[in-house]
Design a binder for this molecule. Sequence first.
Ligand SMILES: C[S@@+](CC[C@H](N)C(=O)[O-])C[C@H]1O[C@@H](n2cnc3c(N)ncnc32)[C@H](O)[C@@H]1O
Length: 376
Amino acid sequence: MTTDTAGRQFWDDEADRFDDEPDHGLRDPQVRDAWAIRLRSWLPEAPSDVLDLGCGTGSLALLAALDGHRVTAVDRSERMIARARAKLAGTGAQAVVGDATLPPVGSRRFDVVLVRHVLWALPDPAAALRGWTRLLRPGGRLVLVEGRWGTVSPAGIAADILARLAASLGGSTTIHQLGPHPELWGREVADERYAAVVRPAPPQRHTEVVDVHLILLRGREVLLARRAGTGYADGLLHAPSGHLEDGEDVRAGMIRETAEEIGIDLAPHELEAAVVMQHRSPDGRPRIGWFFTARLAPGAEPANREPDKCSELGWYPLDDLPQDMVAYCRAGLDAFRAGVPFLTHLHESGDLIAYDAAGVDRAVPLAAPVVPGSPI
Ligand SMILES: C[S@@+](CC[C@H](N)C(=O)[O-])C[C@H]1O[C@@H](n2cnc3c(N)ncnc32)[C@H](O)[C@@H]1O
């Protein structure tokens, strides 16, 4: 049984007794009123489109629907959804089976994405937050109710960690501590419980830095530079590369960078575009990387023109590339060798910048090889 299936089975099995907990079923009028008041303070005053993800038996969805909001509730447990449908009957709210990280809502957008006690257990909370933000209309908000339950070996996500994740969305995050309010839980609690109201920055037109990389070939060897003193990937091998300057075309940028870094003057016709890759460093923003090939002209010799950024240049066999490379650059060279012209290589937080043969391969080809098996 996969973890995914096991998780679904677990919540299916829990569905019948889930509402027995005071804060789940909200059967006690005092607990229910306490949540209704809180929820009202986190949601917009005007009737709004609310998406409740991992809705369970639909208790919060019901409170929102009774306040006049148009609610869509999603849970991947069929038995939870069956209970939510019964609870929401007659309110106009919809309850559908689906994954919280990829809810089945098509192109619909919402004023609020509401998620209680789900984020902490998802495999990639940062990616989930980014995805939920894309489901919001401009001016929309995420309402996240989370905590860190238990005192001996607590499970959950602490408010400061969630606030840090939310900060990467831009905008503002307000944390409301809920632990000191027993009326919400039907008893005193000693652990951390809170709600985060996240108003992500309004979506901007997406822009990306463009960088250019030289695959300089001498027969079946490629020139690589060892980075040093830059603060990024120092000690690792990388193709000669750099960012485009404002208004520069990619070929002109490659010619300029080649001259600046290795002292070789290339003519435009000597460069051929080989690979275009959208790449992202572990905690960075995506960039568009162009990889150009050029062949070393007879008599030409590259020289390290930026010793403050590069400790050495060296020729390496293209068919037996070194291990100590920047991972995305290695992926670019591997794509070139395989004839794959377009790919993404998007690191996730926590990935190594360095190539790791045993690690997760982030390269995703976007096109079939140009000449399968033999590009050069
Ligand atoms: C602790 S319960 C919370 C239920 C509800 N949000 C509440 O506060 O009453 C967690 C719920 O999230 C659901 N869930 C967990 N992972 C999910 C996923 N990836 N997609 C959709 N639902 C998920 C479970 O089926 C379960 O109903």
